[in-house]
Design a protein around this ligand. Structure first.
Ligand SMILES: [Fe+2]
Ligand SMILES: [Fe+2]
Length: 263
C-alpha cells in the first residue's frame, strides 16, 4: 500500500501507551456527553524508540507477548488524516472565537462596563486555545485552513453584529457557538478514545504525546462549556428571537467546521 502523505508524517509522533481507569468525560450544559469508556488517557513517557515506518503492513505485526514490553503501534493513514483535520479545524475555530470576542467587547462593554472582566476572561482562554493549536499545527506540520481570511471576516462580523444587537444577542452568539464547539470537541475525544481502546485491546502502548492531546482537548472542551454557562447566566436565552439567532449561528458553525476539516 502507499505510504502516508509527507505532510502527515510528523503525526507519527502520536503513538499509544497503557491506559489507567479514570473518571468521566461528561459535561452537561446542553452538550451531548461523551460516551464513558472504561479506560481513558492520562499520559506517560514521550515516544520511545519505535517502528520508524508508518507502512500499513506493520500494523499487522505479531501481537506482543504478555511478558515483553508493549510495542507502540504506528498510526494508519486514516488516523493521520483524522488528526490533521482535527488540528486544522480546531485552530480555525479558536481563531474565530478570539475574533468574535475581540469584535464584541468594545460595543458591549461601552454599554455594560460590568461585563468587561467576563469578556476579558473568555477572550484570554480563547487566546490560550489558539496558541495551543498554533503550536500543534507547527510541530506536526499540519497546514492551516485555506479559508483563514474568510473565517476571520465572518467571525469579526458575527461578533460585532451580535454585540450591536445587545447583551442578550451577544450572549446568544456565545451560547450557540460554544454548544457546537463543545459537541465538536466531544466527538474528537470520543474518536481518540476509541483509538486508544483498540490499541489497548491489541496489547499496544499509547505514547505520551497522544495522551497529552486527549487531555488538552478535554481541558479546552470544559473551558468552552464554561463559556456556554456564562452566556446562559447572562441572559442569552432572552435574546429575541432566540431560536432563530442561535439556529442560524449553530448552522454556520457546523458548516464552517465541515469545510475547515477539508479545506
Ligand atoms: Fe476556545
Ligand atoms: Fe469558547
Amino acid at each position: 500500500m502507499a505510504s502516508p502523505r509527507p505532510i502527515l508524517r510528523p503525526l507519527s509522533h502520536f503513538r499509544c501507551s497503557a491506559l489507567r481507569p479514570t473518571s468521566s468525560l461528561t459535561r452537561t450544559s446542553g452538550i451531548t456527553p461523551v460516551r464513558q469508556l472504561s479506560s481513558s488517557p492520562t499520559f506517560s513517557a514521550p515516544p520511545t524508540p519505535s517502528p520508524p515506518s508508518l507502512s500499513p503492513s506493520q500494523h499487522h505485526q505479531q501481537p506482543p507477548s504478555a511478558s515483553a514490553p508493549k510495542p507502540k503501534k504506528p498510526l494508519t493513514p486514516a488516523q493521520q488524516s483524522f488528526l490533521s483535520s482535527a488540528l486544522r479545524v480546531n485552530q480555525a475555530g479558536e481563531l474565530a472565537a478570539t475574533l468574535i470576542y475581540t469584535a464584541q467587547t468594545p460595543p458591549l462593554v461601552a454599554r455594560e462596563p460590568h461585563l468587561r472582566p467576563l469578556m476579558r476572561h473568555m477572550y484570554d482562554q480563547e487566546a490560550g486555545h489558539l496558541r495551543t493549536f498554533n503550536t500543534l499545527l507547527a510541530s506536526h506540520r499540519v497546514r492551516p485552513t485555506a479559508l483563514y481570511p474568510l473565517w476571520s471576516a465572518l467571525a469579526t462580523g458575527l461578533g460585532w453584529t451580535t454585540a450591536m444587537l445587545g447583551r442578550e444577542a451577544a450572549m446568544a452568539c456565545t451560547e450557540a457557538v460554544e454548544t457546537e464547539i463543545g459537541g465538536h470537541y466531544n466527538g474528537q475525544i470520543r474518536t481518540l478514545l476509541e483509538m486508544v481502546g483498540q490499541w489497548e485491546a491489541e496489547g499496544y502502548e499509547v505514547g505520551e504525546e497522544f495522551r497529552e492531546l486527549i487531555a488538552t482537548l478535554r481541558r479546552i472542551r470544559d473551558e468552552e462549556l464554561e463559556h456556554l454557562d456564562h452566556a446562559v447566566e447572562h441572559d442569552a436565552r432572552k435574546a429575541q428571537p432566540h431560536w432563530l439567532l442561535t439556529g442560524v449561528i449553530r448552522a454556520g458553525c457546523r458548516g464552517a467546521i465541515w469545510v475547515s476539516e477539508r479545506v
